[in-house]
Design a protein around this ligand. Sequence first.
Ligand SMILES: NC(=O)c1ccc[n+]([C@@H]2O[C@H](COP(=O)([O-])OP(=O)(O)OC[C@H]3O[C@@H](n4cnc5c(N)ncnc54)[C@H](O)[C@@H]3O)[C@@H](O)[C@H]2O)c1
Length: 336
Amino acid sequence: MTEDLGIGVIGTGMIGQDHIRRIADVLSGARVTAVADIDRTRAEEVAAKRGAKVYDDAGALIAAPEVDAVLVCSWGPAHIEAVLPGLEAGKPLFVEKPLAVSQDDCLKIIDAELTLGKRLIQVGYMRRYDAAYAALKKTIDSGAIGAPLMYHAAHRNARVPADLYTDDMAVADTMVHDIDVARFLLDDEVARIRVIAGKKNSIGGRLRDPILGVMEMAGGAVVTVEVSVNIQYGYDIRGEVSGETGTAELAEANRVVLKSGDSFCGRVPADWRERFIEAYDKELQDFINTAKGGTVSGPSAWDGYAIQVVSDAGIKAASSGEIVACEMVKKPALYT
Ligand SMILES: NC(=O)c1ccc[n+]([C@@H]2O[C@H](COP(=O)([O-])OP(=O)(O)OC[C@H]3O[C@@H](n4cnc5c(N)ncnc54)[C@H](O)[C@@H]3O)[C@@H](O)[C@H]2O)c1
C-alpha cells in the first residue's frame, strides 16, 4: 500500500485522543479516517478536529471501507467486542493493553488469529519500544553480563486517583508493564508469583501500597517488581539485570544533569506520558509500517495472554499471600 493507511479508532478517551494526535501530527503514512465511542458527543468532538467519520459502534467502524486498520483504545473489558470482529474482517489491530480481561477471551483471540494463519494484532506494551529498554535488551543479548540471573524493577507513580485506583489495579494495570519487560528481557515465561505487601504508605489511605511482586521464571531467573503508587516526587521507573559476570541497568532518563554548589540533579518525569512519549510514537509508527504490508510485529496476542495469566495469578497471590503458579497453554508456533 503506497497511500496513507486509513485508521479507525475505537475509544476516544485519554489514550485514544493521544494516539490520534500522534498519527495526525507526529507519525507518517497514516490518517485517522473514522472514530467510535459509546460517548457519541466525545467521538464527534474528536472527529470534527480531524475530519474523521463517526460510527455508532465498533462493528460499523470496522466494516467501513475507509478503515484499513483499527486502534482499540476503549476500556479493557470492551476490547474483545472490537478485536474478534476486526480479525474476522482481516484488518490489522493495534490493541491497547490489556488484550482482554480474561484468559478465556485472550485464548479466543489467539484461536481467531491462528485460523487466519498470520499475526494481525499488536498489543500496546510500549516499553519494548523505549530506547533505554531496547539498549538493556541488546546489552543482555550481547553476552556482556553473562547469563541473566535476576531482574529488579521499580514502578513508582507520583500519585493515583484515590477514588478510582484499587489494590487489584496495582497488579493488573501497573505491574503488568514490568511483567512484560521481564519476559522480554529474559526471553522466558513467568512460572510462579508471590506478592508481598509490607508497611503501608499512609498517603495511600486504604490502598495496599507499596507492593513487591516476586516471580520465578520457567528457566529459574528471579524477578522482583516494586509497585509504589503514591511516591509523590514523580514517575520513577527502574530496571536492573544482574548476570553471571556483570549487571546492566536503565540509566536515568533525564537528558541534562545540573551540577551546582556541591550537588548534582536532573529532572524526574512527571508521569508516564512524559517518560514514554517517544516509545508510544515508535510503537505506533511500527504498527503503521507493518500493517501496510498486511501483518504486524511487536508485542503479540500471545504476549497479551501470557501477561493476563501472570496478572490473574498476581492478584490471587496478593490476596492469599501464597505463591501462585502461572499455568499457560502451549505456545503456538505462530508466536515463536
Ligand atoms: N499502554 C499504556 O501505557 C496505556 C496508558 C493508558 C491507558 N492504556 C489503556 O488504554 C485503554 C483506554 O484507557 P484510557 O485511559 O484512554 O481510558 P478513558 O476512560 O480515558 O477512555 C476510554 C474511552 O473508551 C470509551 N469506550 C468504552 N467502552 C467502549 C465501547 N464498547 N465502544 C467504544 N468506546 C468505548 C469510553 O467512552 C472512553 O471514551 C485501557 O485499556 C487502558 O488500560 C494503556
